[in-house]
Design a protein. Structure first.
Length: 308
């Protein structure tokens, strides 16, 4: 599979890389890290990364503004995105050839090449494995900034190596990436320091979460976020806050934005992605996302969680 992907990368003079909407460090790490890797080894090619920027990820990088012309005859690579509905920038259909690179369950096998490895901790881990093949077969080298992005993607999707998705391979790859020239302390500070407003909202979470039969949940309305001066994206950073609660088996954050209510599901054992799929979402067995549109639907989601 690596060989097929390398051959397509070599064959196309234009490449546009996509990732999922509402990005996280792995979305940026895998997509922008891949762009930097390819641009470093093929400086003659036109290589772009598209997608709406999230200011909370300023410390990593910023995607480009990509014109319609860039898609004509281009190779399209989509990283870290399980289904087509979640691809940021739906112009991905305007390219000539499509490659999917992902680590989520492959329930929407879109693309001409579908490379999905659900044993990988992150899409960034997969991109690093692709680099290793490129280094062996095509003399690729990895620039320091690309290494920084891939490392951040792995750290982000493993919860600083605490999640069960962390494997010996994950740790080996992370150790190899640590050898590159970037400031890990500075990166960790940027990833995990939060503003005083977010910290105060975290206090609200601890004081107001509801827990029943090992299942917890928290509701965050637009009015609440406005009172704390916290954006929806910043509030989503708190989704792991309930992981340390004794007896907590799974939990849900309901976070309202302008048009919908984001549903962030996490678990220490029960498989929750089937529930996420029921409510316009999906994801990993223990970490998923969904969307509802009315607050009364919270009861439906929680009813399914209690049954589980």
């Amino acid at each position: 599979m690596h060989r097929q992907i390398l051959d397509k990368i070599k064959a196309y003079p234009k490449i546009v890389i996509h990732r999922h909407v509402r990005p996280d460090p792995d979305a940026y790490g895998s997509s922008i890290g891949l762009m930097m890797l390819l641009k470093h080894n093929y400086p003659e090619k036109e290589i772009y990364v598209t997608g709406k920027h999230d200011f909370t990820l300023d410390y990593l990088a910023k995607p480009m503004v990509v014109s319609d012309a860039a898609f004509e005859g281009a190779l399209i690579i989509v990283t870290d995105t399980a289904n087509t509905d979640r691809i940021d920038d739906q112009r991905y259909t305007k390219g000539e050839y499509l490659i999917k690179i992902d680590h989520h369950p492959n329930e929407d096998p879109y693309g001409d090449i579908v490379y999905v490895d659900t044993t990988a901790s992150s899409a960034s881990e997969i991109i690093y494995s692709l680099f290793l093949t490129g280094a062996e077969e095509e003399d690729w080298t990895l620039p320091d900034q690309a290494a920084r992005l891939l490392y951040a993607g792995i750290v982000g999707d493993t919860g600083r190596f605490m999640f069960s998705s962390t494997s010996l391979k994950t740790m080996t790859y992370a150790g190899e990436l640590m050898a590159y020239d970037f400031d890990r302390g500075e990166l960790f500070n940027a990833m995990y320091e939060v503003s005083p407003n977010v910290l105060k909202l975290k206090g609200y979470v601890y004081e107001n979460f509801v827990m029943k039969n090992g299942i917890g949940h928290v509701k965050m309305t637009k009015a609440l976020l406005a009172d704390y001066g916290v954006s929806q994206s910043e509030a989503s950073l708190l989704v792991s806050a309930l992981a340390d609660v004794q007896g907590m088996r799974a939990w849900v954050f309901f976070i309202e934005d302008e048009e919908s209510i984001r549903v962030r599901l996490r678990s220490k054992g029960p498989v929750i992605n089937e529930i996420a799929k029921k409510y316009n979402g999906g994801g990993h067995p223990l970490a998923s996302g969904a969307t509802i549109y009315k607050w009364h639907e919270v009861d439906d989601v929680m009813g399914d969680m209690y049954k589980l």
